[in-house]
Design a protein around this ligand. Structure first.
Ligand code: GDP
Length: 480
């Protein structure tokens, strides 16, 4: 832009966005800034503009550079329902227990670490054990970036299905490398070659065909090929040169948390930098406290947890939300202040979101909106469709519309019925609800009417896009 950084900070400040010079901006904010300086942003990755743009910075800072050491990969399993996600995660977990790693009963705590022998060396992998792209994207929507590698599992007797496509799209949108597990090879109808063929259309080309996607035939039920899969995962991880500084105060992400009647708040944390120890004082989201014993999913006590190690702990004063960042604080007072600060910022953010869109907007009333309303340069959308594939398709298509003067913002884009809370969200932030292959029921319609929210249903994707375009153009006139 060839303008002073402070001008950018000021421009954003005027719009109610407080940022320091070293912070990253998401795509829409970049567009907003650029528009302010009459510069057009050409989006070279128009596929999926998701909240991932808000991706949290890596857990490495300049001071860490001299102390970096390799860290284990964090792996997520995604794929179509019934293709074997749970079976694979269970097999790997049980195998480890059987291998004498522990007594005790395993408990799903949201993540577990396992050791694998590769070339005579023991290596660790961390598995997130809530499978599926919904969990993956929910984490990302909160700005948490935890997964290093995605296993896309495809049943060899069923092939590529809708959720396989979605899972691949989510992993690709996140820029996470994919390893394919072609599962159920023990079944009579299994056809590995056909699956590979089908994966070509998702731009996944097997290595043996000259591509760069590792594909491993496995049976999650019998365990065939699973050791090979784990070895391939570690090789993929090695290529990525995953690093972290283990010798600094710990930081990472809350994977799961709940309130236990006897033990109080229980949280599973993934350490992403530094080493966490009992006695450390931490702040996690708006919670804080002194770490009592660290345990793993086998209930074993752990003396410490370094990078890419998942641990469960108690000692927090409240239940933090999954996806929140945690960090070790120097003193309890500092932790308490940081937790308080976090909560205050959250409140401000919510308030800003609530007031962000100003007055209610409906497709037909766009042209009558107050001329000097700055917030009108943003069009808030809630997209609902019958399938999540369709949701992504709509988002993808809308993201390709030029957004120099009016920026589209997806408040929510999800599959499933239009709900009263969708309408509330639209009302709170001056947005539109656009539905595809869905009709609002009576309760939702009357709620929308009462709040003056526009809920429109479509059966043809181009009509939806045309309407949004028209709405944007309507706004354009207002802005000019
Ligand atoms: P998810 O929905 O992806 O978590 O799938 P599940 O792990 O629940 O598996 C769905 C069904 O497929 C279950 O009945 C499993 O027993 C079965 N299954 C999973 N993996 C295999 C496999 O490798 N071979 C066979 N024959 N069945 C499998």
């Amino acid at each position: 832009l060839q303008v002073d950084e402070s001008d950018i900070v000021r421009t954003l400040f005027m719009r109610g966005i407080t940022l320091s010079m070293s912070q990253m901006l998401d795509k829409n904010t970049v567009k907003l800034v650029a528009a302010e300086f009459d510069v057009v942003v050409v989006d070279s990755s128009p596929t999926l503009v998701t909240d991932a743009a808000k991706k949290r910075t890596e857990f490495i800072s300049e001071e860490d550079v001299d102390d970096l050491a390799p860290r284990p990969p964090v792996v997520t399993v995604m794929g179509h329902v019934d293709h074997g996600k749970t079976s694979l995660l269970d097999y790997i977990r049980k195998k480890r227990v059987a291998a004498g790693e522990a007594g005790g009963i395993t408990q799903a705590i949201g993540a577990y670490n396992t050791e694998v022998e590769v070339d005579g060396e023991l290596k660790t992998i961390c598995f997130l054990d809530t499978p599926g792209h919904e969990a993956f994207s929910a984490m990302r929507a909160r700005g948490a970036q935890v997964t290093d590698i995605a296993i896309i599992i495809v049943a060899a007797d069923d092939g590529v299905r809708p959720q396989t496509r979605e899972a691949v799209a989510h992993a690709q949108a996140a820029g996470v490398p994919i390893v394919v597990a072609i599962n159920k090879v023990d079944k009579p109808g299994a056809d590995v070659e056909r699956v590979k063929q089908e994966l070509l259309e998702l731009n996944l080309v097997p290595e043996e065909w000259g591509g760069n996607t590792t594909m491993v035939p496995v049976s999650a039920k019998k365990g065939t090929g699973v050791p090979d899969l784990l070895t391939q995962l570690l090789w993929t991880a090695e290529e990525r040169q995953l690093m972290s500084n283990p010798s600094r105060p710990a930081r990472g992400t809350v994977i799961e948390a709940y309130l236990d009647k006897k033990r109080g708040p229980v949280a599973t944390l993934l350490v992403q930098a530094g080493t966490l120890r009992p006695g450390d004082i931490i702040r996690a989201g708006a919670s804080y406290g002194k770490v009592r014993a660290l345990t793993n999913d086998l209930g074993q006590t752990m003396p410490s947890a370094g990078p890419s190690i998942a641990v469960q702990l108690t000692g927090l004063n409240s239940v933090p939300a999954a996806g929140e960042e945690f960090e070790v604080a120097p003193t309890e007072q500092a932790a308490r202040l940081a937790a308080y600060d976090f909560e205050e910022k959250l409140k401000v953010r919510r308030m800003m979101e609530m007031s962000g869109g100003g007055s209610m907007v409906t497709l037909s009333s766009l042209a009558t909106v107050d001329e000097d309303q700055e917030a009108m340069q943003r069009l808030n959308l809630i997209i609902k469709a019958d399938t999540s594939g369709m949701v992504e398709a709509i988002k993808g298509a809308l993201s390709m519309l030029p957004q120099q003067s009016v920026v589209l913002r997806f408040l929510l884009a999800s599959a499933g019925e239009i709900t009263v809370s969708d309408v509330d969200l639209a009302a709170a932030s001056g947005g539109l609800v656009l539905a595809f292959n869905l009709e609002a029921d009576e309760a939702v319609s009357s709620h929308a009417k009462r709040l003056g929210v526009s809920v429109k249903s479509y059966r043809i994707i181009y009509e939806l896009i045309d309407d949004v375009k028209a709405a944007m153009e309507g706004k354009l006139k207002l802005v000019e």
